[in-house]
Write a protein that binds this ligand. Structure first.
Ligand code: S3P
Length: 446
């Protein structure tokens, strides 16, 4: 039976649901979608993007590159044409509004600085409370001039000519690395980034596809990327693979709802993103993986997941970069596991769309799950299948991943779980309610 997708607005409720069954086409990857628009806008010529994620965050990046002079046209669902600026962005007259998106604003700060243009940057209340110095400090070392209040948005970048630097970001962040590589495209001399803990490498892969020369070497000390500048990009067609972060919600839902068996198709299979799958398998999850076609230079996989008896595990800090967005939904899996799950190295969660460490703890506590929270750790005492009481109202703090995780928790709890606001889900996964409902989940506006 076909069920209509509920609208994602205001308070929402997830009811205990029967087995989840069927096939989900993975929603397009958010990181790849931002990068495809930005690289196409910097390139010379016409790029076509197929399967772009049309979420609020990505649409803000599309508006920003259009305001900077790229010609951006939507041809149909997920199909976009971008005629690039050949690396010459024009300083826009009005502020660029990145809404809720840290990836959008940070990558674009680097790209705009490297192009020699200026811009004013603004965002919503969540984005305006997030730290920007992690990007603006190294950009200033390259010669950029950025003014902001207390290292947060709103911020203004003045047009300037950059020089390459050698920099080791003090935190593991693909956003910082990517911003500096994009800035390095327009800089004189070499930009060298040393990462002690490797983060998602989509920018490097896609830059190469757009014709940029990069040298990447791995050592015991981490990864070193050298980008000689200045360089130009040639237009490319990009097909966006499925998002390994967004599919985490359906995946965990299938594992915790008795009798479930689902397939998820077209998921990007990149080791810098698959820490959740690795961890769930260690917990005893019944997950089968089959190879899919390559897309945008990335491997893909098709996943089959069945309801499973999960056990608590220790999740090492070193795994954090490969599952940095997945801890809230891992917390949900841990609540349904037998025994204790310990997660370490979570300090960066406090700088996400909300303090996601505190938010995950609050989400679980309000639904009867015992835990201990530290400065950068979370220990969850699993209740086992069928024993999570639920019944809580969860505050989502403008954070899409807390919202979706709370709803997944409610699908297998004894009592429905509600959230105060579902609207932020559209920032990363506008099809969430429709996809979950099609698999058999009961989600309702309140
Ligand atoms: C992203 C990097 C991560 C992640 C974000 C997307 C990217 O942020 O949390 O959702 O596309 O580069 P950090 O680089 O700040 O860890």
């Amino acid at each position: 039976m076909t069920q209509l997708a509920p609208q994602l607005q205001g308070p929402f409720l997830a009811r205990p649901s029967g087995p989840l069954t069927g096939t989900l086409a993975a929603p397009p990857d958010k990181s790849i979608s931002h990068r495809a628009l930005i690289l196409a806008a910097l390139a010379q010529g016409e790029s076509r993007i197929t399967g772009l994620l049309e979420s609020a965050d990505v649409l803000n990046t599309a508006k920003a590159v259009a305001a900077l002079g790229a010609k951006v046209e939507r041809l149909g669902p997920g199909g976009w044409r971008v005629i690039g600026t050949g690396g010459r962005f024009a300083t826009p007259h009005t502020p660029l509004d990145f809404g809720n998106s840290g990836t959008g604003v940070r990558l674009m700060m680097g790209a705009i600085a490297g192009s020699g243009a200026g811009a004013d940057f603004i965002g919503d209340s969540s984005l305006s409370s997030r730290p920007m110095r992690r990007v603006t400090d190294p950009l200033e070392l390259m010669g950029a001039h950025v003014s902001s209040t207390d290292g947060r948005l709103p911020a203004t970048l003045a047009p300037s000519q950059l020089n390459g630097i050698s920099y080791a970001p003090p935190i593991a962040s693909a956003q910082v690395k990517s911003a500096l590589l994009l800035a390095g495209l327009g800089a004189s001399g070499e930009t060298i980034i040393t990462e002690h803990h490797a983060t998602r490498d989509h920018t490097e892969t896609m830059l190469r596809a757009f014709g940029v020369r990069l040298d990447i070497t791995g050592s015991e000390d981490g990864v070193r990327i050298r980008l000689p500048g200045p360089q130009s990009l040639q237009a490319q067609d990009v097909t966006v693979p499925g998002d390994p972060s967004s599919i985490g919600f359906a995946l965990v839902a299938a594992l915790i709802c008795p009798g479930s068996r689902i397939q998820i198709e077209g998921v990007m299979d990149n080791p810098s993103r698959t820490g959740l799958i690795q961890t769930l398998r260690e917990m005893g999850a019944d997950i089968e993986i089959a190879r899919g076609p390559e897309m945008a230079g990335e491997r893909t996989m098709n996943i089959t997941a069945r309801h499973s008896t999960l056990r608590g595990v220790d999740v090492p800090a070193a795994r954090a970069p490969s599952m940095i967005d997945e801890y809230p939904v891992l917390g949900v899996a841990a609540a349904y596991a037998i025994g204790t799950t310990r997660m370490a190295g979570l300090a960066e969660l406090r700088a996400k769309e909300s303090d996601r460490l505190a938010g995950t703890a609050e989400l679980l506590r309000r639904n009867g799950v015992a835990l201990e929270i530290g400065e950068d750790s979370l220990t969850i005492h699993g209740r086992g299948a069928g024993s999570v009481t639920g019944g809580g109202m969860v505050l989502t703090h403008h954070d899409h991943r807390l919202a979706m995780s709370a709803l997944v928790l409610g699908l297998a709890a004894q009592q429905p779980v509600s959230i105060d606001d579902a609207s932020m889900i559209a920032t990363s996964y506008p099809g969430f309610a429709g996809d979950m409902t099609a698999l058999g989940a009961t989600l309702e506006p309140m």
